[in-house]
Design a protein around this ligand. Sequence first.
Ligand SMILES: Cc1cc2nc3c(=O)[nH]c(=O)nc-3n(C[C@H](O)[C@H](O)[C@H](O)COP(=O)(O)OP(=O)(O)OC[C@H]3O[C@@H](n4cnc5c(N)ncnc54)[C@H](O)[C@@H]3O)c2cc1C
Length: 237
Amino acid sequence: MEIKEYKLKIKEIIDETAKVKIFRCGIPNGSEINFFPGQFFMVSIEGDEENLKRAYSIASSPTEKNYLDIGLDKVGRFSTKLFDTKPGHVLIFKGPYGKFYFTDEMKNDLILIAGGVGITPLMSIIRYCKAKKLGNKIKFIYSVRTPADVIYKDELERIKKESHKFDYLVTVTRPEPGQNWSGKTGRIDESLLEEHIQDIKGSLYFLCGPNEFVKSIIAMLEKLGVAKEQIKTDVWG
Ligand SMILES: Cc1cc2nc3c(=O)[nH]c(=O)nc-3n(C[C@H](O)[C@H](O)[C@H](O)COP(=O)(O)OP(=O)(O)OC[C@H]3O[C@@H](n4cnc5c(N)ncnc54)[C@H](O)[C@@H]3O)c2cc1C
């Protein structure tokens, strides 16, 4: 897909969790931004004297013609600047980039596995498949530190209720008393994968999160007999 630059005004900043904000950027009438669900853009802030740029996956679906969403937590130089912006500020998006994406030709069941904010490109895939009413069964396995860190909690629940093709499972790695969590706890391991994936060898896998997280899941999948070509990864650091 052709790489282009777009100047988009922030329409809305959504506090998705206590740590993660969604920056919803308006696509002007008459403009079109093409990308595959899962891809990322290089983002900078108009007027930033340091001209910092960082990669952000698009969390909205390419079928959404009015806006692009990116979601992030505040960790360092660029994300701190972005957290200081307000609706009306202009962000510069250059892209799309990356081979971590889904296309309509992929007919397998999809197993999406994320840690923390790594949900963003996977959310684009989930939203896209739903918008296009595609036949793929999707299982999303999501590892977070605490129940409060589940990004897109309400939407995941809604999609699960609306579509028998979508299911998800959250596992909390740092449960604490008083968190009101009755779901799964602990890190993703082989037995969890075996228990929750119907067609282990025939599914297509999309993994996104920190390096160690992704590496450990690849090792588990390979042990379970999944071919390398069935596994797509997006590693952020
Ligand atoms: C393909 C791709 C897609 C990505 N998509 C997303 C996305 O959708 N959402 C998202 O949130 N990120 C995403 N990232 C990561 C993103 O590009 C940035 O690296 C991230 O937001 C941190 O940038 P920063 O300038 O704020 O941190 P930097 O200043 O560049 O710091 C980098 C790292 O140093 C550490 N660090 C810096 N300052 C501190 C501090 N004060 N205290 C503790 N640690 C510190 C942190 O570990 C931090 O991650 C993606 C990366 C890639 C490669």
